[in-house]
Each structure stands twice: as structure tokens, then as C-alpha cells.
Ligand binder design. Structure first.
Ligand code: KIV
Length: 283
């Protein structure tokens, strides 16, 4: 008999690290894809502010609003009976201080249905993580390449390659990761850092590390949906792997449709309603 799948919880994610079970996370932005990813067995769905780039077509994530994140989190929550849903706090929704962070996190949970929230930053965000966690909203940290800091970094660049305690330095990434754990986060995303540094952090922390462009030593991995399934024909980052070419499938299907409409092939009799027979639309 097939075992009943239960909803993944925050404590489950910690247990997975302890048991050496790797964690699979993917981004999602709507209910249709959330359902498919949930069915595929993805452990966590991240409603990422990458929304601004892959869905809204912007150059950065900076313009995404909290209202937009609440809306998309609600859509994803509806399609995720099993996966843990993590809502991303967008730029400007927590940087003003811990109180703002708590208020924004409450919206993602209360209106969006998220089970946890994610925010970017280490040492400088420790107070905010602590305050959000203190009202029982689980927090996922995010260190290394933090896309909301794009202007400070001078682009989306690999972090932790050079030594130093200044932002972007190897020692600083380590300190950021430690600070995130000490502040009470239940997991931390490590984005675009060298794989040996990710391995060192993963061994050092008791909370799971979820890597993106951080190599194989992390406790789990996250990919942006559009990269994973080839949903756009645009550039894919080097660290991502395209497991399908859905974008090409869509172009193929839509071009066939266009040709059939223009050629009078679609709709055929099979898709038409006859005047004499009363039928429901679905029959
Ligand atoms: O917004 C996002 O999709 C993310 C992932 C890249 C981790 O933060």
C-alpha cells in the first residue's frame, strides 16, 4: 500500500539534516506549478522574490513589493498540500528594522499561508531574525550572494572568494552564517559561494544549509523553477541545470495552434457544440 505523504514541517527539515537526508527545494510562483512540484515530491517550495526577474521581467529583484509576495505566496500555498511553503520577504519589507520585519512576516503567514519566511543578510539581520522567530514564525536565512544587495556587490557576483571580514569576504560569509543560526533561523540558503566554504559552513552549523551555486556539500539544494525546467529561452546561470526544455515545448505547441487557427483547422467538429443537442461545456 502506498504510504500517505504528510505535510513537511519545519522540525522535519531539521530532522532531515540530522538523518543525512538531502533536502530538495524549488521556487514556485503560482498554484499550477506548485501542484506539479508538490506532486513531484519537492520538500520545500520557495516563493522567491526572483519573481521580479523570472515572472515580472525586471533586471533585479528590488522592485518586488510585499503585496505581490503575499499574493503569490497565497497562490502557491493553495497548490502545496505536502511541501513546506517559504515566503520571501522582499527588499524594503524588513530592512527598516525588526518591527517592520515582524509585521511583514506576519502578512506572509496570515494572508499568504506560508509556514516560514526567508530574508537576506547575516550579522546585520540577526536582530530581525531573532524578533521574527520570537513570534513563532520560522525564519530561513540567506547569505553569500544576496540579490537584494546587488548595488553594493556591483552585480550578481560569487561571494567568499577573497579573504576578509568585509561584506563578501570568506570570513564574513562564515560569520554571517553563524549569526543566522545563533539568531534562531531553522535553515540558511548559501548562494554562489565556493563549494569548500559551503562545506565548511555545513559542517559547522546544526541547521540545514540549502545551496544554490554552492556545490554538493550543502544539506539541500534550491533552484529557480524557470532554470530547472527551461521555461525561458534566455540565459541560464552556470550553476543551474536544465532538466527539461518546457519553453521550447510551449513555443512549439503555440506555433502549431497559430497555424491551425489561420488554416481553419482548429476548432474541428470535435471541439464544436451542435445546435440540436443540449450539452454541458465539459462534455
Ligand atoms: O528569490 C529566490 O528565488 C531566491 C533563491 C535564489 C534562493 O532567493
Amino acid at each position: 500500500m502506498e504510504q500517505q505523504r504528510k505535510k513537511v514541517t519545519v522540525p522535519d527539515v531539521g530532522r532531515m539534516k540530522a538523518a543525512g537526508e538531502r533536502i530538495a527545494m524549488v521556487t514556485a510562483y503560482d498554484c499550477a506549478f506548485a501542484r506539479l512540484l508538490d506532486e513531484a515530491g519537492v520538500d520545500m517550495l520557495l516563493v522567491g522574490d526572483s519573481l521580479g526577474m523570472v515572472v515580472q521581467g525586471n533586471e533585479t529583484t528590488l522592485s518586488v513589493t510585499l503585496d505581490e509576495m503575499v499574493y503569490h505566496t497565497r497562490l502557491v500555498s493553495r497548490g502545496a498540500p505536502h511541501a513546506l511553503v517559504v515566503g520571501d520577504l522582499p527588499f524594503g519589507s524588513y530592512q527598516a528594522g525588526p518591527t517592520q520585519g515582524v509585521e511583514s512576516a506576519i502578512r506572509l503567514v496570515k494572508e499568504g499561508g506560508a509556514q516560514a519566511v526567508k530574508l537576506e543578510g547575516g550579522l546585520t539581520m540577526a536582530d530581525t531574525i531573532e524578533r521574527i522567530a520570537s513570534v513563532d514564525i520560522p525564519v530561513m536565512g540567506h547569505v553569500g550572494l544576496t540579490p537584494q544587495s546587488v548595488h553594493r556587490m556591483g552585480g550578481h557576483r560569487v561571494q567568499g572568494r577573497r579573504h576578509g571580514h568585509a561584506p563578501g569576504g570568506r570570513e564574513r560569509v562564515l560569520e554571517d552564517a553563524k549569526a543566522v543560526e545563533a539568531a534562531g533561523a531553522f535553515a540558511v540558503v548559501l548562494e554562489c559561494i565556493p563549494l569548500d566554504l559551503a562545506g565548511e559552513i555545513t559542517a559547522m552549523l546544526s541547521i540545514p544549509t540549502i545551496g544554490i551555486g554552492a556545490g554538493v556539500h550543502c544539506d539541500g539544494q534550491v533552484l529557480v523553477l524557470h532554470d530547472l525546467i527551461g521555461l525561458s529561452n534566455a540565459w541560464t546561470p552556470r550553476f543551474a541545470k536544465r532538466y527539461a526544455e518546457v519553453g521550447r515545448e510551449v513555443v512549439g505547441a503555440a506555433s502549431e495552434y497559430v497555424q491551425e487557427v489561420k488554416g481553419g483547422v482548429f476548432p474541428s467538429e470535435a471541439q464544436a457544440f451542435q445546435p440540436q443537442k443540449p450539452t454541458a461545456v465539459g462534455e
